[in-house]
Design a protein around this ligand. Structure first.
Ligand code: ADP
Length: 216
């Protein structure tokens, strides 16, 4: 599902990734851990085709990222990849249902179908009764469940989550993890950046980053 080979990513004089080689197989559930600044988010961004490497090869779902145009990458993301972030990134003032439906804008699905799929995805995260609420009317845990619904409404094969429980209380974090595990059980490949050692220890595989390299 993800294959990074000898990947270097530099931002000016800063080397965020200093030669990373790693594979994630279809259907895996993986934690990425490591100190702040070790390159975790950079790796997730590259795996999500949000950015391109300075050198080395990134393959996602069988596609060599450097061989695709920006348009091709957008299509790959829209069809195959879902994202969840620590800060939720929901549009304020927009209903929960439209937040999720708008995540399908680039998939070529018609509006009515987008809204139907959004309602279905929200039902799947236990928020079928909150369709017309605005994000500010929801708790942090509920907002993150909306973000998960948005990430999975397009039925991606790869879900990338950057500190998805970082802003949540223990109970809401556990609920978010339960949802991510359920997606994994359904066959989705799930990669989670986390600072939470206990959470990471409970996952089948951990990739530990240090100074822009895979340490373990
Ligand atoms: P982590 O997610 O492990 O905290 P990051 O991947 O965010 O680490 O960052 C790795 C390094 O790259 C850090 O030194 C960070 O400051 C730097 N970095 C990340 N993104 C950028 C950027 N857009 N511009 C400049 N430096 C960046």
């Amino acid at each position: 599902m993800i294959e990074l080979r000898d990947v270097v990513k530099s931002y000016g004089a800063v080397t965020a990734l200093a030669g990373v080689t790693v594979r994630v197989e279809p259907g895996e559930l993986v934690a990425i851990v490591g100190p702040s600044g070790s390159g975790k988010s950079t790796m997730l961004h590259l795996a999500g085709t949000l950015d391109r490497p300075t050198s080395g090869s990134v393959r996602v779902a069988g596609h060599e990222v450097s061989a695709l145009s920006d348009r091709g990458l957008s299509a790959l993301r829209a069809q195959r990849i879902g994202f969840v972030f620590q800060q939720f990134h929901l549009a304020p003032g927009v209903t929960v249902r439209d937040n999720v439906a708008d995540g399908l804008l680039y998939t070529g699905v018609a509006r009515r179908e987008r809204r139907a799929r959004a309602a279905e995805a929200l039902d799947g995260v236990g928020l079928g009764h909150r369709l017309t609420h605005r994000p500010h009317e929801l708790s942090g845990g509920e907002r993150q469940r909306v973000a998960i619904a948005r990430a999975v409404a397009g039925r991606p094969s790869l879900l990338l989550a950057d500190e998805p429980t970082g802003n949540l209380d223990t109970a809401s974090g556990a609920e978010v993890m339960r949802l991510l595990r359920a997606l994994h059980d359904d066959g989705t490949t799930v990669v989670i950046i986390t600072h939470d050692r206990e959470l990471a220890a409970g996952l089948p595989r951990t990739i530990a980053m240090r100074d822009g390299r895979v340490a373990a």
